[in-house]
Design a binder for this molecule. Structure first.
Ligand code: BGC
Length: 753
């Protein structure tokens, strides 16, 4: 058959056999996917595996779009008709109002209907990581690190539900969240995006987020929910230098003990997609490592969903990692390593080269089918949102009810770290000077991924929201003075003003750092900027009590000033709904209940996590006192006086069942103020063949302890809780004794398997 006749024959067969997306996607079953795959061309399959940045299809140049950003039809036609693009991501540099989103999403949908033979919908993905942050007017929640400080997974699930709804309201069904990287290095620029340093806490919070994003049915996402994307698989946060996208050296045991549990919990909860770590582990970029992407992710962890690369990570195999000689080789490596979709995202080179590789026979069509099947399955699982539903949801964006939830997260996350002589709560009649570079700044409250990627452009601030000083003024009125006093990284002493502070009863110094994430957030020194340290020192020298409020991406070291401050509050990056809540905490209308989900370090060279090894605890005098952080993991004060007592452990006696232990503890509130209290239970394996950590979190629970009341907390532990990743690189249990720690109390468990 000559070429012309072959293609005519092909067209006729396609026209007859192509049943179309509309019919085949209805029940989303596997045989329908097989049918679709049979009917699709190589180009159409490779197109499905291609994800482009919205800039590519908008008018203007990439990163320099014409305002207001809008689709350029000829570019969109090219994406759909010529390249058969399967997915689009992001906003072009800043958030859009809901109507602008609708226009963009509808143009894409219309063009698919008009120009695509297969009519397979384009899947739009976005980073809605602390609320629908790229939708103007949406509810901004505290960042993930702050969310973890609530130790309240049901609340985190609610945050994700609202984020899903506000994302769906603009027509986007896929969210690149949550971050399940465990925050092991506090210097990392994305520390604030994690649920902190503990694998168990990350797992519990992450599961809550997945269930909130995706809804109850993990196989069918309804039109009020979104497909979640756990990221960044695997070991991204373990970089040795703490700088973004630098090498991690992680043993198989560490991977399984520290970095995998949060991803496994998300997979078990039905997470539909995963994003790959841009960095390298043990010298091999993860995007080119089938041992991680297939052996581990697919075979060991049983993930059946879709794997998307991170931004430009295929070309980075050439330009950054130097493991591929050219882009074609990089495409080959990444596809053969197991990626399904490539976040290219600014051109069609990946698409072109992958087509070539298949046509040359280097990559088989079966390999494409594997990935395309996963992409189609995902698309079939995500219900399309009707225009009517989207319009109906519009009013929900940033509504009062959602803001209340954001405020509850602030209330439950803000962590009181120091409160000498009960200087807090403040008295309403106290004369207060609010000062510092974070006192009157919405961008510092919001952090990165807020209307823009780095979150530093004040153009996008919502001035109907209150900064900290505005919140305090709304309660303390004219007793509250304000002066910035210091910039983030420069300070000029003003003796006259410092002297005038004698008239004040309290100084509230709000310090912190400019939002940042990823590479722009790399730092060389974890210390708080010297300018701010000097400034706070001058405030301390006035002799007036200084209350330090911290708004920061990560725990910046404050050792030179911490002890001299009267009180210290960690506000994290609480979002722009926090102004009033912070004021209520400072004035005592809200009793703080947040606890640190990480260790707050004291010195640059002592960045130990709470679950360090005994050898790391050894100090110069050979005692076990080297863990001297500014504040330990799990620390957080209350205005109430809470006492832990009666720690008891009882073992179930049934001979037939696996043994279980019930641990109970009473918390007594001796004060007149009700308090929310998180109780954390740790185990310490006294002897094990792989060096045990000094302690590990096994359970936590937050409950309300009424004024003058006593509440019992009860936890059930099983033999799984006694296991560790052994030399076999599998969970193992060895007989012995475990210490049970709750607060300052200690009990023991004995077990022989
Ligand atoms: C980040 C991801 C993000 C992606 C899309 C990347 O640079 O590492 O976390 O989802 O960009 O915006």
């Amino acid at each position: 058959m000559n070429k012309g006749r072959r293609s005519l024959f092909f067209c006729i067969v396609v026209l007859i056999s192509f049943n179309g997306w509309a019919q085949l996607s209805k029940d989303g079953n596997v045989s329908n996917i097989a049918q679709l795959l049979k009917d699709m061309t190589i180009e159409e399959k490779v197109g499905q595996m291609t994800q482009i940045n919205v800039d590519v299809i908008c008018e203007g140049e990439i990163y320099k779009l014409v305002e207001p950003h809008h689709i350029q039809q000829s570019k969109l036609d090219e994406a759909i008709a010529k390249w058969h693009v399967g997915s689009v991501l992001n906003c072009g540099g800043h958030a859009y109002p809901v109507d602008q989103w609708h226009q963009i999403i509808r143009s894409i949908e219309r063009t698919v209907q008009e120009k695509s033979r297969t009519k397979i919908p384009v899947l739009y993905g976005i980073d809605a990581i602390h609320g629908a942050n790229y939708v103007m007017g949406s509810t901004l929640f505290p960042q993930q690190l702050a969310q973890a400080a609530t130790f309240h997974p049901a609340l985190i699930q609610q945050v994700a539900e609202i984020t899903a709804l506000e994302t769906r309201a603009v027509g986007i069904p896929w969210n690149f969240s949550p971050v399940l990287d465990v925050g092991r290095n506090p210097a990392w620029s994305r520390f604030f995006e994690t649920y902190g340093e503990d694998p168990y806490v990350c797992s519990v919070m992450g599961r809550g987020a997945i269930e909130g994003y995706q809804g109850e049915n993990a196989t069918k996402i309804d039109d009020q929910h979104v497909a979640a994307c756990m990221k960044h698989f695997l070991g991204y946060s373990g970089a040795r230098t703490g700088k973004d996208r630098t090498p991690a050296y992680l043993s198989d045991i560490q991977l399984r003990e520290i970095y995998m549990p949060s991803f496994q919990a998300a997979i078990d909860a039905g997470a539909m997609t995963v994003m790959i770590n841009s960095g390298e582990i043990n010298g091999i970029p993860v995007h080119a490592n089938p041992k991680i992407l297939v052996d581990l992710l697919r075979n060991e962890m049983h993930f059946n969903g879709m794997a998307v690369t991170d931004w430009e990570d295929v070309i980075k195999l050439v330009k950054v990692h130097h493991v591929a000689v050219d882009l074609k080789e990089a495409v080959y490596q990444a596809v053969m390593a197991g990626i399904d979709m490539c976040m290219v995202p600014n051109d069609y080179d990946f698409t072109r080269l992958l087509i070539e590789l298949v046509k040359e026979g280097r990559i088989t069509e079966q390999r494409l089918d594997q990935s395309v099947a996963r992409i189609l399955q995902l698309k079939m699982s995500v219900s399309k949102i009707s225009d009517a539903t989207a319009v109906g949801l519009k009013d929900k964006i940033g509504c009062e009810e959602h803001i209340k939830v954001a405020q509850q997260v602030v209330a439950e996350s803000v962590t009181l770290l120091q409160n000498k002589d009960n200087i807090l709560p403040l008295k309403k009649e106290a004369k207060i000077m609010v000062t510092g570079p974070a006192a009157h700044s919405l961008i510092l409250m919001n952090g990165a991924w807020s209307r823009t990627w780095q979150g530093v452009d004040t153009t996008w601030e919502d001035h109907s929201k209150m900064t900290i000083v505005e919140g305090l003024r709304s309660m303390g009125g004219k007793n509250v003075g304000y002066r910035k006093g210091c910039e983030l990284n420069s300070y000029k002493k003003d003796e006259k003003w410092l002297k005038s502070l004698q008239k004040m009863d309290v100084i509230i110094a709000c310090v912190g750092e400019l939002p940042s994430t990823e590479k722009p957030g790399d730092i060389d020194d974890l210390s708080l900027e010297r300018a701010q340290i000097k400034f706070v020192n001058d405030l301390i020298k006035t002799g007036k009590p200084v209350v330090l409020v911290l708004l920061e991406n990560r725990p910046r070291l404050i050792e030179p000033i911490a002890d001299q401050c009267a009180a210290i509050i960690m506000a994290y990056q609480p979002g722009d709904n926090a102004g009033e809540v912070l004021a209520k905490i400072l004035y005592g209308e809200i009793n703080p209940s947040g606890k640190l989900p990480f260790t707050y370090p004291r010195f640059n060279q002592s960045l130990l996590t709470y679950d360090h090894k005994h050898s790391e605890a050894l100090d110069q005098k050979f005692g076990e006192n080297a863990y001297q952080p500014q504040w330990p993991f799990g620390f957080g004060l209350s205005y109430s006086q809470l006492v832990y007592k009666n720690l008891k452990v009882s073992r179930s006696s049934s001979a037939t069942e696996q043994p279980a232990w019930t641990v109970s503890i009473e918390v007594e509130n001796k004060s007149d103020r009700p308090a929310l209290e998180t109780v954390i239970l740790y185990l310490h394996d006294q002897v094990a063949s792989v060096t045990p950590s000094v302690r590990k979190v096994k359970r936590f629970e937050k409950k309300m302890v009424p004024a003058k009341g006593v509440v019992v907390y009860e936890f059930v532990l099983g033999t799984d809780d006694l296991s560790f990743i052994g030399m076999s690189v599998k969970p193992e249990i060895e007989g012995g004794v475990w210490d049970v720690y709750v607060g300052d109390l200690k009990a023991q468990i004995e077990y022989q398997p």
